[in-house]
Design a protein around this ligand. Structure first.
Ligand code: TXA
Ligand code: MG
Length: 346
């Protein structure tokens, strides 16, 4: 059994020493961040980093994010930042923003999957920051989940799939944001969003920078097509049950289309829906799972991965998922939902 440390109420100094010893001796630690849980290892130790790929069943071509707790670490492991990257860091760190920059080649090559760049972020979570500080080294950490499954946002969702594959789990309760960090790369003066997250296109525009969404945010990658981020190629977040995204701007059209679909398909169909739609959808025969209030995108983002993970246990023939507006963190929620639905859209 892996060890579990409970840091929900406070960070225990003795346990923190134990955790940093494990990191420094090449072990794996599952820890919370403000976005999702990560599986962390010393980013400078290839043997340790290799274990992350094995524990997750992660394709070796998919590089890991390096977590730092101070800007000296950024200097030590990267070739420096330009004025646009500095502005992003000044505004959004510590926080849910990963910046892809040139690496100095003093990290394990498994972290960067052989690329000359590295994704770096400073998480906004005291447990994560304390673990990095106590270990005195950068921590490589992908999301804590078996590859292909939704990222873990609480320990009970991921305990079984990662138990015995890591040395320690650190319990920090439910994560605050619930979906992974925004990943950006600055190219030709423009901030390109490779993976949307809580720090949105609108947030980056608001600090006066030129910003765009990568063309693959809502599109599948064709075989052989070149992508800016290896993670875009891999299958993500999907339950075993067939899931279908319901994507309409108007609520009225959305509910009419859902009703029509139910009438045409005589099956056991579940739906992940807004709180406001629950009663109506129940009345027309759906088993409903509530994602949150329609206008509370942060509540939806906090809940969504755990709900997607729960779909299979209901044994539906199919599960519909109501979409949200593609603005602010809604863009990130839709990016995850489209993938969870394997690009099936109603
Ligand atoms: O919120 C998060 O970012 C969480 C927590 C634990 O910090 N971490 C996370 O890591 O989501 P992971 O490994 O599941 O996702 C990292 C993403 C992948 O899509 C990967 O392809 C991309 O970042 N990435 C990492 N390094 C890159 C690089 N050098 N160039 C392009 N994309 C990169
Ligand atoms: Mg992941």
């Amino acid at each position: 059994m892996s060890i579990v440390y409970d840091f929900k109420e406070n960070i225990k100094k003795d346990d923190l020493d134990g955790i940093s010893n494990i990191i420094n001796s090449g072990g794996l630690v599952v820890f919370p961040t403000e976005t999702v849980y990560g599986i962390g290892a010393d980013a400078t130790n290839s043997n340790a980093v290799k274990k992350i790929f094995i524990a997750k069943g992660r394709p070796q071509d998919n590089p890991l994010i390096v977590h730092i707790s101070n800007l000296e670490m950024l200097d030590k492991y990267t070739c420096g930042i330009n004025s646009i990257e500095k502005k992003l860091i000044d505004n959004f760190w510590p926080g849910p923003l990963t910046i892809i920059v040139k690496s100095k080649n003093n990290l394990s090559t498994y972290v960067t999957a052989g690329l000359d760049t590295v994704g770096v972020r400073m998480p906004d979570n005291d447990i994560a920051l304390n673990i990095i500080e106590a270990s005195k080294r950068p921590i490589a950490a992908p999301s804590a989940n078996i590859s292909g499954k939704p990222s873990g946002t609480n320990l009970s969702d991921i305990f079984e799939e990662l138990n015995n594959k890591v040395d320690v789990f650190v319990d920090g309760g439910n994560t605050n944001i619930g979906i992974e960090s925004t990943v950006v790369k600055v190219e030709n003066g423009v901030v390109n969003i490779l993976r949307p997250g809580k720090i949105s296109l609108e947030d980056i525009k608001n600090i006066g920078l030129n910003v765009k969404l990568d063309k693959h945010i809502f599109k599948d990658v064709k075989d052989g097509e070149k992508v800016e981020s290896p993670g875009m190629k891999h299958r993500h977040y999907a339950p075993s049950t067939k899931a279908i995204l319901v994507d309409f701007d108007s609520d009225k059209i959305m509910l009419d289309k859902i009703k029509e679909y139910k009438e045409k398909n005589d099956k056991n169909i579940g739906i992940i829906c807004y709180k406001e739609h629950e009663e109506y959808l129940k009345s027309i025969g759906f088993k409903t799972i509530v994602m949150g209030g329609k206008n509370d995108l942060l509540e939806i983002s906090r809940n969504i991965f755990s709900l997607i993970r729960s779909i299979d246990k209901y044994k539906f023939d199919e599960c519909l998922i109501e979409g949200v507006k593609k603005q602010y963190i809604g863009t990130a929620i839709m990016n995850r939902l489209i993938r969870a639905c394997g690009y099936n859209i109603l």
